[in-house]
Design a protein around this ligand. Structure first.
Ligand code: ZN
Length: 323
Protein backbone atom coordinates (compact mmCIF):
# COMPACT_ATOMS: atom_id res chain seq x y z
CA UNK A 1 0.00 0.00 0.00
CA UNK A 2 2.77 2.43 0.99
CA UNK A 3 4.78 1.52 -2.09
CA UNK A 4 1.85 2.20 -4.42
CA UNK A 5 1.37 5.66 -2.90
CA UNK A 6 5.03 6.55 -3.31
CA UNK A 7 5.13 5.51 -6.94
CA UNK A 8 2.09 7.55 -7.86
CA UNK A 9 3.51 10.56 -6.02
CA UNK A 10 6.79 10.34 -7.96
CA UNK A 11 4.98 9.97 -11.26
CA UNK A 12 2.95 13.07 -10.52
CA UNK A 13 5.97 15.23 -9.64
CA UNK A 14 7.72 14.16 -12.84
CA UNK A 15 4.67 15.10 -14.90
CA UNK A 16 4.46 18.45 -13.13
CA UNK A 17 8.15 19.24 -13.81
CA UNK A 18 7.81 18.33 -17.49
CA UNK A 19 4.76 20.55 -17.85
CA UNK A 20 6.58 23.54 -16.35
CA UNK A 21 9.48 23.17 -18.80
CA UNK A 22 7.02 22.76 -21.66
CA UNK A 23 5.16 25.95 -20.71
CA UNK A 24 8.41 27.89 -20.54
CA UNK A 25 9.38 26.61 -23.98
CA UNK A 26 5.97 27.60 -25.40
CA UNK A 27 6.37 31.12 -23.98
CA UNK A 28 9.88 31.53 -25.39
CA UNK A 29 8.83 30.27 -28.79
CA UNK A 30 5.77 32.51 -28.86
CA UNK A 31 7.85 35.60 -28.10
CA UNK A 32 10.20 34.69 -30.97
CA UNK A 33 7.30 34.32 -33.43
CA UNK A 34 5.76 37.63 -32.30
CA UNK A 35 9.08 39.44 -32.54
CA UNK A 36 9.50 38.32 -36.14
CA UNK A 37 5.87 39.15 -36.93
CA UNK A 38 6.41 42.73 -35.73
CA UNK A 39 9.25 43.23 -38.19
CA UNK A 40 8.05 41.19 -41.20
CA UNK A 41 4.20 41.27 -40.94
CA UNK A 42 4.15 37.49 -41.40
CA UNK A 43 1.58 36.43 -38.72
CA UNK A 44 2.96 34.57 -35.68
CA UNK A 45 0.66 31.60 -36.30
CA UNK A 46 2.10 31.12 -39.80
CA UNK A 47 5.62 30.97 -38.40
CA UNK A 48 4.47 28.75 -35.52
CA UNK A 49 2.79 26.36 -37.98
CA UNK A 50 5.84 26.03 -40.22
CA UNK A 51 8.02 25.48 -37.17
CA UNK A 52 5.59 22.89 -35.78
CA UNK A 53 5.37 21.03 -39.12
CA UNK A 54 9.17 20.88 -39.29
CA UNK A 55 9.42 19.87 -35.63
CA UNK A 56 7.17 16.88 -36.30
CA UNK A 57 9.11 15.88 -39.42
CA UNK A 58 12.44 16.26 -37.67
CA UNK A 59 11.38 14.19 -34.65
CA UNK A 60 10.24 11.30 -36.81
CA UNK A 61 13.29 11.11 -39.10
CA UNK A 62 16.97 10.39 -38.49
CA UNK A 63 18.41 11.96 -41.67
CA UNK A 64 17.92 15.53 -40.34
CA UNK A 65 20.27 16.87 -37.62
CA UNK A 66 18.77 17.54 -34.17
CA UNK A 67 17.84 21.19 -33.60
CA UNK A 68 20.19 23.20 -31.38
CA UNK A 69 17.64 25.81 -30.35
CA UNK A 70 13.88 26.13 -29.88
CA UNK A 71 13.04 26.73 -33.52
CA UNK A 72 13.18 23.48 -35.52
CA UNK A 73 12.86 24.72 -39.09
CA UNK A 74 15.63 22.99 -41.03
CA UNK A 75 16.94 24.84 -44.08
CA UNK A 76 19.36 22.71 -46.11
CA UNK A 77 22.92 24.14 -46.45
CA UNK A 78 22.60 24.60 -50.24
CA UNK A 79 19.36 26.57 -49.78
CA UNK A 80 20.71 28.58 -46.85
CA UNK A 81 24.02 29.55 -48.51
CA UNK A 82 22.82 29.61 -52.13
CA UNK A 83 22.89 26.75 -54.71
CA UNK A 84 26.13 27.90 -56.38
CA UNK A 85 27.89 29.00 -53.21
CA UNK A 86 31.10 26.92 -53.00
CA UNK A 87 31.11 27.34 -49.20
CA UNK A 88 28.23 25.28 -47.79
CA UNK A 89 29.08 26.56 -44.29
CA UNK A 90 28.98 30.20 -45.32
CA UNK A 91 27.59 32.48 -42.59
CA UNK A 92 28.49 35.78 -44.22
CA UNK A 93 25.21 37.55 -45.03
CA UNK A 94 26.83 39.41 -47.95
CA UNK A 95 28.19 36.40 -49.84
CA UNK A 96 25.04 34.39 -49.04
CA UNK A 97 23.03 37.25 -50.54
CA UNK A 98 25.30 37.29 -53.59
CA UNK A 99 24.68 33.57 -54.22
CA UNK A 100 20.93 33.94 -53.68
CA UNK A 101 20.85 31.93 -50.43
CA UNK A 102 17.96 32.16 -47.99
CA UNK A 103 20.18 32.82 -44.99
CA UNK A 104 20.04 36.21 -43.30
CA UNK A 105 21.20 37.71 -40.02
CA UNK A 106 18.14 38.03 -37.79
CA UNK A 107 19.63 38.81 -34.39
CA UNK A 108 22.15 41.47 -35.47
CA UNK A 109 25.40 39.57 -34.79
CA UNK A 110 26.41 39.96 -38.46
CA UNK A 111 26.32 36.22 -39.01
CA UNK A 112 23.64 34.26 -40.85
CA UNK A 113 23.65 31.09 -38.75
CA UNK A 114 21.26 28.28 -39.84
CA UNK A 115 21.22 26.98 -36.24
CA UNK A 116 20.34 30.35 -34.69
CA UNK A 117 16.63 30.63 -33.81
CA UNK A 118 16.19 34.25 -34.87
CA UNK A 119 18.23 33.91 -38.05
CA UNK A 120 16.16 30.91 -39.17
CA UNK A 121 12.79 32.50 -38.35
CA UNK A 122 13.68 35.80 -40.00
CA UNK A 123 15.05 33.97 -43.04
CA UNK A 124 11.81 32.06 -43.54
CA UNK A 125 9.64 35.12 -42.90
CA UNK A 126 11.80 37.08 -45.33
CA UNK A 127 11.34 34.37 -47.96
CA UNK A 128 7.53 34.52 -47.54
CA UNK A 129 7.51 38.33 -47.57
CA UNK A 130 8.63 38.22 -51.20
CA UNK A 131 5.22 36.62 -52.00
CA UNK A 132 3.16 38.91 -49.75
CA UNK A 133 1.93 38.75 -46.15
CA UNK A 134 -1.69 37.76 -46.96
CA UNK A 135 -2.80 34.15 -46.62
CA UNK A 136 -3.22 33.38 -50.34
CA UNK A 137 0.31 34.55 -51.16
CA UNK A 138 1.74 32.82 -48.11
CA UNK A 139 0.22 29.56 -49.43
CA UNK A 140 1.92 30.08 -52.79
CA UNK A 141 5.22 30.76 -51.02
CA UNK A 142 4.83 27.59 -48.96
CA UNK A 143 4.09 25.52 -52.05
CA UNK A 144 7.16 26.92 -53.82
CA UNK A 145 9.27 26.01 -50.82
CA UNK A 146 7.97 22.52 -50.00
CA UNK A 147 6.65 21.42 -53.41
CA UNK A 148 4.41 18.93 -51.62
CA UNK A 149 0.64 19.42 -51.26
CA UNK A 150 0.57 17.38 -48.08
CA UNK A 151 3.13 19.63 -46.37
CA UNK A 152 1.20 22.78 -47.27
CA UNK A 153 -2.09 21.16 -46.18
CA UNK A 154 -0.65 20.18 -42.81
CA UNK A 155 0.81 23.66 -42.22
CA UNK A 156 -2.53 25.30 -43.10
CA UNK A 157 -4.26 22.96 -40.62
CA UNK A 158 -1.83 24.01 -37.88
CA UNK A 159 -2.51 27.67 -38.75
CA UNK A 160 -6.25 27.23 -38.19
CA UNK A 161 -5.61 25.74 -34.75
CA UNK A 162 -3.09 28.33 -33.57
CA UNK A 163 -5.19 31.18 -34.93
CA UNK A 164 -8.36 29.96 -33.23
CA UNK A 165 -6.87 29.21 -29.81
CA UNK A 166 -4.16 31.88 -29.73
CA UNK A 167 -1.62 29.73 -27.89
CA UNK A 168 0.84 26.91 -28.62
CA UNK A 169 -0.29 24.49 -25.93
CA UNK A 170 -2.67 22.19 -27.83
CA UNK A 171 -1.55 18.83 -26.43
CA UNK A 172 -4.62 18.07 -24.30
CA UNK A 173 -6.52 14.86 -25.11
CA UNK A 174 -9.84 13.24 -24.24
CA UNK A 175 -11.09 9.67 -24.22
CA UNK A 176 -13.38 9.22 -27.26
CA UNK A 177 -16.37 7.91 -25.27
CA UNK A 178 -17.89 9.78 -22.28
CA UNK A 179 -17.12 7.85 -19.09
CA UNK A 180 -20.74 7.76 -17.89
CA UNK A 181 -21.57 5.29 -20.70
CA UNK A 182 -20.82 1.56 -20.69
CA UNK A 183 -17.91 0.57 -22.90
CA UNK A 184 -15.09 -1.98 -23.02
CA UNK A 185 -11.89 -2.37 -24.99
CA UNK A 186 -8.85 -4.62 -25.04
CA UNK A 187 -5.41 -4.45 -26.54
CA UNK A 188 -5.98 -6.02 -29.96
CA UNK A 189 -3.11 -4.30 -31.74
CA UNK A 190 -1.97 -6.28 -34.77
CA UNK A 191 -4.65 -8.97 -34.45
CA UNK A 192 -5.40 -10.65 -37.75
CA UNK A 193 -9.12 -10.40 -37.11
CA UNK A 194 -11.09 -7.22 -36.70
CA UNK A 195 -13.55 -4.88 -38.31
CA UNK A 196 -11.17 -2.07 -39.21
CA UNK A 197 -10.96 -2.99 -42.89
CA UNK A 198 -7.26 -3.82 -43.06
CA UNK A 199 -5.39 -7.09 -43.16
CA UNK A 200 -3.96 -6.62 -39.71
CA UNK A 201 -5.99 -4.77 -37.14
CA UNK A 202 -4.63 -1.22 -37.04
CA UNK A 203 -6.40 0.19 -34.03
CA UNK A 204 -8.43 -0.46 -30.91
CA UNK A 205 -12.10 -1.49 -30.90
CA UNK A 206 -14.14 0.21 -28.18
CA UNK A 207 -17.39 -1.73 -27.75
CA UNK A 208 -20.42 0.34 -26.71
CA UNK A 209 -24.12 0.58 -27.55
CA UNK A 210 -25.58 2.19 -30.64
CA UNK A 211 -25.79 5.96 -30.29
CA UNK A 212 -23.20 6.37 -27.52
CA UNK A 213 -21.48 9.72 -28.20
CA UNK A 214 -18.08 9.71 -29.94
CA UNK A 215 -15.89 12.68 -29.10
CA UNK A 216 -12.76 14.25 -30.59
CA UNK A 217 -9.65 13.00 -28.79
CA UNK A 218 -7.52 16.08 -29.53
CA UNK A 219 -7.33 19.62 -30.79
CA UNK A 220 -7.32 19.17 -34.55
CA UNK A 221 -8.82 19.71 -37.97
CA UNK A 222 -11.38 17.37 -39.58
CA UNK A 223 -9.36 16.05 -42.50
CA UNK A 224 -11.79 13.40 -43.75
CA UNK A 225 -15.46 12.55 -43.31
CA UNK A 226 -17.49 10.05 -45.30
CA UNK A 227 -18.14 6.43 -46.26
CA UNK A 228 -15.64 3.70 -46.84
CA UNK A 229 -16.60 0.10 -47.75
CA UNK A 230 -14.84 -1.36 -44.69
CA UNK A 231 -14.77 1.54 -42.26
CA UNK A 232 -18.39 2.62 -42.86
CA UNK A 233 -19.14 6.18 -41.75
CA UNK A 234 -15.84 7.52 -40.53
CA UNK A 235 -14.01 10.69 -39.50
CA UNK A 236 -10.31 11.56 -39.50
CA UNK A 237 -8.83 14.34 -37.37
CA UNK A 238 -5.30 15.72 -37.79
CA UNK A 239 -3.74 17.10 -34.61
CA UNK A 240 -0.91 19.56 -34.01
CA UNK A 241 1.67 16.72 -33.81
CA UNK A 242 0.72 15.53 -37.32
CA UNK A 243 -0.99 12.54 -35.76
CA UNK A 244 -4.11 11.37 -37.58
CA UNK A 245 -6.97 10.18 -35.35
CA UNK A 246 -9.30 7.78 -37.18
CA UNK A 247 -12.87 6.93 -36.02
CA UNK A 248 -14.78 4.24 -37.94
CA UNK A 249 -18.11 2.33 -38.03
CA UNK A 250 -20.04 5.38 -36.78
CA UNK A 251 -23.83 5.42 -36.64
CA UNK A 252 -23.83 9.06 -37.74
CA UNK A 253 -22.01 12.38 -37.50
CA UNK A 254 -22.52 15.37 -35.20
CA UNK A 255 -24.78 18.03 -36.76
CA UNK A 256 -22.95 20.32 -39.16
CA UNK A 257 -19.63 18.51 -38.84
CA UNK A 258 -17.56 19.19 -41.96
CA UNK A 259 -14.05 18.71 -43.31
CA UNK A 260 -11.71 21.62 -42.59
CA UNK A 261 -13.48 22.33 -39.29
CA UNK A 262 -11.49 22.80 -36.08
CA UNK A 263 -12.45 20.54 -33.16
CA UNK A 264 -11.23 20.26 -29.57
CA UNK A 265 -10.83 17.42 -27.04
CA UNK A 266 -14.21 16.13 -25.88
CA UNK A 267 -16.20 17.76 -28.68
CA UNK A 268 -19.02 15.59 -30.08
CA UNK A 269 -18.22 14.30 -33.58
CA UNK A 270 -20.64 11.37 -33.98
CA UNK A 271 -22.02 8.25 -32.34
CA UNK A 272 -21.15 4.56 -32.04
CA UNK A 273 -22.57 2.27 -34.71
CA UNK A 274 -21.86 -0.81 -36.80
CA UNK A 275 -21.63 0.74 -40.26
CA UNK A 276 -19.41 -0.75 -42.96
CA UNK A 277 -18.71 -3.90 -44.97
CA UNK A 278 -20.91 -2.90 -47.88
CA UNK A 279 -22.29 0.02 -49.90
CA UNK A 280 -23.14 3.30 -48.08
CA UNK A 281 -25.63 2.71 -45.28
CA UNK A 282 -24.73 -0.95 -44.65
CA UNK A 283 -24.78 -1.71 -40.92
CA UNK A 284 -25.22 -4.56 -38.46
CA UNK A 285 -22.65 -6.98 -39.87
CA UNK A 286 -20.85 -6.98 -36.49
CA UNK A 287 -21.53 -5.72 -32.95
CA UNK A 288 -21.59 -1.92 -32.54
CA UNK A 289 -18.18 -0.47 -31.65
CA UNK A 290 -15.89 2.44 -32.32
CA UNK A 291 -12.79 1.51 -34.28
CA UNK A 292 -10.13 4.00 -33.22
CA UNK A 293 -6.78 4.25 -35.03
CA UNK A 294 -3.71 6.50 -34.84
CA UNK A 295 -1.40 7.31 -37.76
CA UNK A 296 1.78 9.35 -37.97
CA UNK A 297 3.25 11.33 -40.88
CA UNK A 298 7.00 11.99 -41.22
CA UNK A 299 6.93 14.26 -44.26
CA UNK A 300 7.25 11.31 -46.66
CA UNK A 301 5.03 8.45 -45.53
CA UNK A 302 2.35 7.59 -43.01
CA UNK A 303 2.21 4.58 -40.66
CA UNK A 304 -0.09 3.36 -37.89
CA UNK A 305 0.82 2.91 -34.24
CA UNK A 306 -0.91 1.32 -31.26
CA UNK A 307 -3.59 3.59 -29.74
CA UNK A 308 -4.24 1.32 -26.73
CA UNK A 309 -1.72 2.86 -24.26
CA UNK A 310 -2.88 6.36 -25.24
CA UNK A 311 -6.53 5.46 -24.77
CA UNK A 312 -5.71 4.06 -21.31
CA UNK A 313 -3.89 7.28 -20.36
CA UNK A 314 -6.69 9.53 -21.65
CA UNK A 315 -9.32 7.46 -19.88
CA UNK A 316 -7.37 7.80 -16.60
CA UNK A 317 -6.98 11.57 -17.11
CA UNK A 318 -10.70 12.00 -17.82
CA UNK A 319 -11.50 10.01 -14.68
CA UNK A 320 -9.20 12.27 -12.61
CA UNK A 321 -10.73 15.44 -14.07
CA UNK A 322 -14.23 14.21 -13.32
CA UNK A 323 -13.49 14.02 -9.59
ZN1 ZN B 1 -11.38 -2.18 -35.27
Amino acid sequence: MIIVTMISFTAQSITYGAETNQNEEFQKRMSLYKKVETVTNIPWYVLASIDQYERNVRHSRNDIPKAKGLIEIYIKPEIWTGPLNPNKNDMNPLSIGFFGGMGIDGDGDERADPTNDEDVLYAFAHFLQAYGADLENIKIGLWDYYQRDKAVGLIIGHMKLYQKYGHLDLDKHAFPVPLNHNFSYNNTWGDARGWGGRRIHEGTDIFANYGVPVRATCYGVIEMKGWNRFGGWRVGIRDIDNTYHYFAHLNGFADGLQTGQVVEPGQLIGSVGSSGYGPPGTAGKFPPHLHYGLYKDNGRTEWSFDPYPHLKAWERADRRNRK
